[in-house]
Design a protein around this ligand. Structure first.
Ligand code: CMX
Length: 134
């Protein structure tokens, strides 16, 4: 059902401050930034091998990422796993009684479709499934 880790999301206070560390000091391939307006976040993607790191910055005080930062400070925010068919995956998880935050997919970065599972059923790790746009 899950085909690979698509990315690991890391919440940061400032993309301008954090991008140079990942790009210039760790030498990851910087793929650019994108605002995901619906979720009040701006993200920066980095390619490392066949995996990606996604830095998330809040774009509003009531952004979920602002809430996360206020509660936890900077750190790992979510794990994202790739699936071929997100609708079928959500239907299967729902049928198996898995608690979902999103019962239907919504738009993520890079024209992907994403949905979150509730952290209560994933050992406290916010888990995203995504059907890739890239
Ligand atoms: N890690 C662990 N637990 C988390 C969490 C996180 N990052 N974010 C939220 N939770 C917990 C909350 O503490 C809460 O727990 P309780 O029920 O015990 O209080 C529960 O999950 C629900 O959280 P909420 O904020 O009350 O619920 P919402 O439905 O308002 O929002 C969520 C949930 C996960 C969608 C939102 O908090 C969020 O993080 N949205 C941002 C999504 C994001 O990263 N988008 C990036 C898009 C780019 C891409 O990847 O393509």
């Amino acid at each position: 059902m899950l085909t690979k880790i698509n990315h690991i999301g890391i919440a940061v206070h400032s993309l301008d401050t954090s991008i140079p560390f990942y790009r210039d000091l760790l030498g990851m391939t910087f793929e650019g930034t994108e605002v995901v307006a619906e979720q009040k976040v701006k993200v920066a993607f980095f390619l490392v091998g066949e995996s990606r790191i996604e830095l998330l910055e809040a774009t509003a005080d009531d952004s979920p990422v602002a809430k996360f930062l206020a509660k936890n400070g900077e750190g790992i925010h979510h794990m994202a796993y790739e699936v071929d068919d997100i609708v079928a995956t959500l239907e299967r998880l729902k049928a198996d009684g898995v608690r979902l935050i999103d019962e239907a997919p919504r738009k993520g970065a890079h024209n992907s479709l994403i949905a979150f599972l509730h952290p209560k059923v994933t050992g406290g790790v916010l888990t995203e499934i995504c059907q890739c746009g890239h």
